[in-house]
Design a protein around this ligand. Structure first.
Ligand code: OAD
Ligand code: ZN
Length: 259
């Protein structure tokens, strides 16, 4: 992947970061691309090979829970083999060192792994992300209020038993926001608050086409803050950003966030 980093842009971005009192960090699938997690809309993107409406909707789950669980079980296994990259590590250090909050659209859990690693035994909570679209490693009950963490292997073959609720025995579903579903209002409100309170938004690796996440950088801007974008490709946010650093997150972020 080519990196066309302009040193003036890097210097401007470093200046904005140095002077920021509170940083709002919004990430998308691109931050995990260098870890080997497929994006959604890239050349090998998940939505190029699979039809979202057959896999990532409540209707699809009602129609064929086995098929949907097979897809999420497969993604869980694929992601479990991936490690955070230098981009996740740099963001975790930033959030551990300074007032900053990571808000992610990703469901891969890699920000959390990086936070634990970078905190090296100390408290890593400051770098734990708000997960706007849920997590591959959480489940919730289709009948009762049960929600829990779950990293187990899913056997979605005809012989396998689909995950069931430890409280009521009903079918569990991935705790992921599907197409046509609303985001968790508490998580969403927290994300908007973070975007509003920050004086710098660092937006990394998102095509910025899925709402409401895509509008969060505008909230920081409307509240008087600045926006830095890190993405090898142009997005609808590029012209609007104060600085656009066109390169892969794993290269650009460690350059930007030193120390
Ligand atoms: P997309 O796949 O739409 O976009 C990925 C972005 O990452 C693109 O803009 C790429 O240019 C950029 N990118 C690729 N490699 C990169 C790298 N090494 N460093 C930095 N950026 C890189 O993914 P999202 O914007 O995250 O929602 O997609 C948003 C939502 O759409 C997802 O959360 C998912 C999907 O439908 C749900 O499943 C609810
Ligand atoms: Zn239940």
């Amino acid at each position: 992947m080519s990196t066309q980093l302009n040193s003036e842009d890097v210097a401007r971005a470093r200046g904005l970061l140095e002077h920021a009192t509170r940083v709002f960090i919004l990430t998308g699938a691109g931050i995990s691309a260098e870890s080997g997690v497929p994006t959604f809309r890239g050349e090998d993107g998940l939505w190029r090979s699979y039809r979202p409406e057959e896999l990532a909707t409540p209707q699809a789950f009602r129609r064929d829970p086995r098929l949907v669980w097979a897809w999420y079980g497969w993604r869980r296994e694929k992601v479990a083999d991936c490690k955070p990259n230098a981009g996740h590590a740099a963001l975790a250090r930033l959030a551990l060192d300074r007032p900053a909050r990571i808000v992610t659209q990703n469901v891969d859990g890699l920000h959390e792994v990086a936070a634990v690693h970078e905190a090296a035994g100390a408290d890593w909570e400051a770098a734990s992300p708000l997960e706007l679209h849920g997590s591959l490693f959480r489940v919730r009950c289709t009948k009762c209020v049960y929600r829990g963490r779950d990293r187990s292997k899913v056997d979605a073959t005809d012989k396998g038993e689909l995950p069931s609720c430890p409280k009521c025995g009903a079918l569990l579903r991935p705790d992921i926001v599907w197409f046509g579903e609303a985001l968790d209002p508490l998580v969403l409100t927290a994300a908007f608050d973070e975007a509003r309170e920050a004086d710098l938004c660092l937006v990394v690796g998102t095509s910025a086409v899925v709402q409401p996440a895509a509008s969060l950088p505008r909230i920081t801007r409307d509240s008087g803050g600045s926006v830095i974008e890190v993405n090898p490709q142009a997005t609808p946010l590029t012209d609007f950003a104060d600085v656009a650093l066109q390169g892969p997150a794993g290269v650009v972020l460690p350059t930007l966030i030193q120390g």
